[in-house]
Design a protein around this ligand. Structure first.
Ligand code: FE2
Length: 191
């Protein structure tokens, strides 16, 4: 059974003006779809992998890792945003952020600085680490925190394909815009 390209949780123009429909049509429709296509081709030529879940494939860190992780990371990224997102956190994640980082403002600064500072392609994450503590991290390329035993809470894609159409090389402005979209309900569900 081939892996499917998961449906977006909102229409492609729903995140505008922060992320345009044109970005979404390439990012979701070409990049994310491309990872699904490549992983399915890899699994088809490596029958020993047939029937394994996406999570188990990416945890194995084999030759299929980059495509498996990029599928997982992008699905998580779409869900980390919502047209009705943004603003200050609510619910349990608000208290957890205050406990771990002092305040939402301090967390926001740390997340933005970490995501902006990732050299080259990668991802900014809020995770619950293996010790159960909230942590802000960045991963390079396709890196997925699941491989380190962490529980992802939120992510921001900082590959250029996520922002070049709308913000050219200005990753910082893209990250600032991303805060208008953060899906705190999703974060609470992951906590
Ligand atoms: Fe991406």
């Amino acid at each position: 059974m081939a892996f499917e390209h998961p449906a977006l949780p909102y229409p492609q123009d729903a995140l505008s003006p922060h992320i345009s429909a044109e970005t979404m049509s390439y990012h979701y429709g070409k990049h994310h779809a491309g990872y699904v296509k490549k992983l399915n081709a890899y699994v088809a030529s490596n029958p020993d992998l047939a029937g394994k879940s996406l999570e188990s494939l990416l945890r194995e860190r084999g030759g299929h890792y980059n495509n498996a992780a990029q599928i997982w990371n992008h699905t998580f990224y779409w869900n980390s945003m919502s047209p009705s997102g943004g603003g200050a956190p609510t619910g349990g994640i608000a208290d957890a952020i205050d406990d771990a980082f002092g305040s939402f403002s301090d967390f926001r600064d740390k997340f933005s600085t970490t995501a902006a500072g990732q050299f080259g392609s990668g991802w900014g994450w809020l995770v619950k680490n293996a010790s159960g503590n909230l942590e802000v991290i960045a991963t390079a390329d396709a890196g997925c925190p699941l491989t380190d035993g962490a529980t992802p809470i939120l992510t921001c894609d900082v590959w250029e394909h996520a922002y070049y159409v709308d913000y050219r090389n200005d990753r910082g402005s893209y990250i600032e815009a991303w805060w208008n979209l953060v899906n705190w309900d999703f974060a609470n569900g992951n906590l």
